[in-house]
Ligand binder design. Sequence first.
Ligand code: G6Q
Length: 546
Amino acid sequence: MSPTSLDAWKHLEQHRDAVSAMPVRQLFADDPGRFERFSIQLDDLLVDYSKQHITAETMARLADLARATGVDAARDRMFAGARINTTEDRAVLHVALRRASPGAVLVDGRDVMPGVRAARAHLSQFAGDVRAGRWTGATGQRITDVVNLGIGGSDLGPAMVVDALTPYGREGPRLHFVSNVDGAHLDETLRLVRPATTLFIVASKTFTTQETMANARSARAWLVAALGEAAVGRHFVAVSTNAAAVEAFGIAAANMFGFWDWVGGRYSLWSSIGLPIALAIGAAGFDALLAGADDMDRHFETAPMAGNLPMVLGLLGIWNTNFLGAETHAVLPYDQYLRRLPAYLQQLDMESNGKGVTREGTPVNVATGPIVWGEPGTNGQHAFYQLLHQSPRLVSADFLAAAEPAHGLPAHHPLLLSNFFAQTEALMRGKTLEEARAELAAAGLDADAVARLAPHKVFPGSRPTTSLLYRRLDPRTLGRLLALYEHKVFVMGAVWGINSFDQWGVELGKVLASRILPELDAPAEATGHDGSTNGLINHARRLRGQ
Ligand code: G6Q
């Protein structure tokens, strides 16, 4: 059922006009307790959403919507291992991968936890062996470089985490991530490494993905050309759920790290797909990442609605997307180490919630998953922030920063933080025409110049932002943040009543590409598609000398 037919939804629509008429700066002036009211602190992690365009009534009505759409019950079904991914008939249990507390997690009556613990032990042991030089290449040399060959969920999570935790990985091997089927990606990476000291991880849940298999075959040929066929076993390991395909590729079962169909690709960095993370920062660091995520899971499971971070952020996402009309959501880390976070969240959010029908297959009738984008601050300030400040479009944004830097140039940090705080302040406050006029007059401009320039200096303000401020970007904090975003996406999907865990849109492209591939080198021109697609294939054939 579309949520738009619920009374709770209609009440929010009625409420919107009243709230929109009140600038957020006015709401701050009227309520000295606004920051305390609309911020949540979990240990050192502060989430301040008081600059959102909301009142206490907005939050109460959003909570009504969460109750009416059964978000609590949906969450409990996920944690209990129910098959909530109905179109693929699968449980959704990435939360089991980081679970620290004892006790069974059942899927169809079978406890998955012994398998989870065994897979984690295998991964820890191997990561330790490589890092300590006990696992060497075929010539006995230490592994200095690891190349992860995977795409989508088998790339974005580990690549982002390894980058984010760079200061924790200085003693481990160098990590490289090759995802694109464009040969440039693998070619340029292979120029940086040497066969005798390089380990390849073929990371693919299905072990059938065209891009990953093409990169794996080319990497294997490169290695064999230098060290011979017998070296493959020391230089290739696999992460997959498909043991038969892994063995067919020539990787022994002992060198395969498994996971399960109840781990979705974009939720898989907590599984063996996280092997590059453990190699980079060590098994203890990977465990700390999982522990941070587990902390957030417990919070999501138990905290009351008003103080529950994923609930609050998810409901604010619904408010901004469906009631205030924000079509896009910017992720703006004031943390260079989180430069890949926007790309990671793009997949997490847009692949999960970019859906048009409810779980029952009827139209949702409202916009779903926002378009997620972003860049680290302060770079974005000198590029696209102009639009955030003055365009008639409304963009919601998350700002993130650590209070303490993880790098060796602490004198830069106040510069970074002051920009973060100034931007959220400016986006919220804006500048009225009267203020712009007064400012220009005070600068000594004549009346004509004031009248001419003032409209260009007006900022609407009330641009909704959430600020996430934590002590330090360490593995545990990163785990908390990523689980927070996973559950925020869950809450939004549950309100819309959609299946956040399938990805039929991804599958369509995979099927069509494999149909076109042989046509590029076939003897005859392509005729079986629309005029444009035939034209493109045939032009490429001519340019390639066919
Ligand atoms: C993630 C998606 C998708 C997937 C890739 C790689 O949720 O399903 O991004 O992760 O298509 O798939 P394999 O791991 O099977 O190669």
